[in-house]
Write a protein that binds this ligand. Structure first.
Ligand SMILES: Nc1ncnc2c1ncn2[C@@H]1O[C@H](COP(=O)(O)OP(=O)(O)O)[C@@H](O)[C@H]1O
Ligand SMILES: [Mg+2]
Length: 216
């Protein structure tokens, strides 16, 4: 199975600035591909396009040659940097998991999720605790590709290690494809089988002042 972006271009508004221009990439099942590049270069935008959360202005995102249907029980799952933005604040965590069709107790325990957290609202959990739920939810049995967008950037090192262990282990066991979006080259080198520098495949030219700005 292959997930691919074919010549995609994207702007957030029709008269706004162009973020991605004619970008193509692919990932096969079992691969772990890093997408690196300075902040502001469109990594998260590309992640959302590949997961079907955004639609390209031109070009297409294909799963096994067919257009991707995003959201819901999509075989391509996205984990964001900010878990609080990904979870319905009015639902208790047990319902959040149920809605995703996910209830694998063994995996919940490997992710360090405590039973008592299931009866809490998102605001009653820390960022690290919430991110464990986002990882759990993204690993429902139909997931074929997982996109981790700065998944561990906001977390302490112990939580980071625990979540990466589970994700890498599940990816290998199920032969999933894993896209690791990060500004951390070191993490990408440790985790990935292949690394793509977005600034090299994005044909949108960033101005010198913008480059200076993102390099600060
Ligand atoms: N929802 C949005 N509306 C308008 N512009 C956005 C939105 N999200 C991101 N951008 C802009 O798109 C560009 C790329 O952002 P992003 O994809 O988040 O980059 P990265 O993840 O590489 O830091 C930035 O200039 C950012 O300001
Ligand atoms: Mg980003």
């Amino acid at each position: 199975m292959r997930l691919e972006a074919k010549n995609i271009s994207f702007k957030y508004s029709s008269n706004g600035k162009s973020i991605l221009k004619d970008v193509s990439m692919h990932i096969d099942e079992g691969e772990r591909v890093g997408i690196v590049g300075p902040s502001g270069y469109g990594k998260s935008t590309l992640a959302k396009l590949m997961a079907g959360y955004l639609t390209p202005m031109s070009g297409s995102v294909l799963l096994d040659g067919k257009p991707l249907r995003g959201k819901g029980v999509c075989p391509v799952q996205l984990i964001y940097q900010h878990p609080e933005k990904a979870i319905n604040p009015r639902w208790k965590m047990g319902r959040v998991l149920e809605e995703s069709g996910f209830m694998n107790e063994e995996l919940l325990s490997r992710l360090g999720i405590e039973k008592q957290w299931l009866t809490r609202f998102p605001r009653e959990l820390s960022g690290g605790e919430l991110q464990r739920f986002c990882v759990a939810r993204s690993l429902f049995e139909g997931t074929r590709f997982l996109i981790a967008d700065e998944m561990s950037t906001m977390l302490d090192v112990i939580t980071q290690a625990q979540l990466w262990n589970v994700v890498l282990n599940e990816a290998e066991k199920r032969n999933m494809g894993l896209i690791v979006v990060t500004h951390n080259q070191h993490l990408a080198e440790r985790v990935c089988t292949r690394i793509i520098d977005l600034s090299l495949i994005n044909n949108e030219v960033h101005s010198q002042s913008e480059i200076a700005e993102v390099c600060l």
